[in-house]
Design a protein around this ligand. Sequence first.
Ligand code: SF4
Length: 420
Amino acid sequence: MRSALLQNGFRLSNEPQQADFLLINSCSFIREAQEETIATVFESLKLRDSKNKKMKVGLIGCFAERFSENVKTEIPELDFMVGTGKYHELPMILSQAYGIELNAHAALQAGDMSDSQNKLPYAWFRIAQGCSRHCAFCILPKIRGSLSPYDASSLERQWSEESRSPGSTPLREVILVSQDTISQGIDELRNIIEFFSKKDEVQWIRLQYLFPDRRVLKLLDLFQEFPKLVPYLDIPFQHVSQRMLEKMKRPSDTGLFKEILAKAVEVNPSTEIRTSLILGFPGEEQEDVETIRTFLTENTIHKLALFRYSHETGTYAGDHFTDDLSDDQKIERINDIRNLHLQLRQQHRSDLTGTIQELLVDEVAPGEIIARRPQDAPEIDEIVFLPFKKGIKPGDFVQASLDTPMEYDWMGSFADQITT
Ligand code: SF4
């Protein structure tokens, strides 16, 4: 969306109140996301009405697609809506609606274009769209459609949009995302990883959202073949009680989950695991929560996202089950599991304390430097705060000591010279 707009002469504004268009890219996946979207819409409309009445406010993406009729009737103050899959048409839609001449300014060259926006040494690449599975709690296949096959030309296009010119922040980390990454198949994933492995400036390649099926075991073999793959496994289990997994229409072979976790560490002992769990799915009993407690105690999970079950019309669970647990019960279970997880991760955190690690510098601010280990995904996992040091730029690799663990992040100090 950003590239399409920039290529057609639009410019990004750092001052929302001065913008001609305010675009809200939305999510409708679960109730919290819907609430956040609605709150953002009303904040934006307030900004328009109080600061810049000429501004046009548009709702883009998933929420606009899923609830278009409701939004039209309930928030008529919105100027326009554009659903998923139409991001690239946005310049044309705005041009037609508001009589804007496209390419009114000379479009910037691809390198200049991304340099003007990309100050970060990492970027996400979408390798596929949609999902062909039928998890009982998930609305996504209905919103995004079934899984699209990998398209090499789309990857080339995304690469050119992200390319950086000499002297600007290099692209050090590539994060491969889709709704169901493993279903591209091992051969395709191999091609994609190879494509990025050949790019000299890219040093880290991260895979996200690996559905826990047997192919993950094969995928782990690629970690030895491609050393740029970071020691990080993002594998959402969603539950670990067999009974609940069956109700959720998810793979219920928790033996496989354990096999995957064991192999990940065997392939590289420094691998860290991220998973997510949904608490409060219909019919969940206290014994299912106990099963989670046992699983977490017996298997090392370094990073854990916990979601409160959201009862969504249009999903199998939303249409066939009763949302039989109150929000308070769901939150209580989440808090219980979160506390256990925080306690269990202490050992790993103390093992890391005082170690020297190679970190990627993400941001340099006046008083501090923000960097990250390869085991931490940007904007999700832990960061390391380092003291400001002249000469260090985003995209540099530095040696640093992890001095003090904070609740989630770290305070660190430089241990060595910079490597670029
Ligand atoms: S695999 Fe993920 S995106 Fe697909 S239906 Fe299941 S939860 Fe939804």
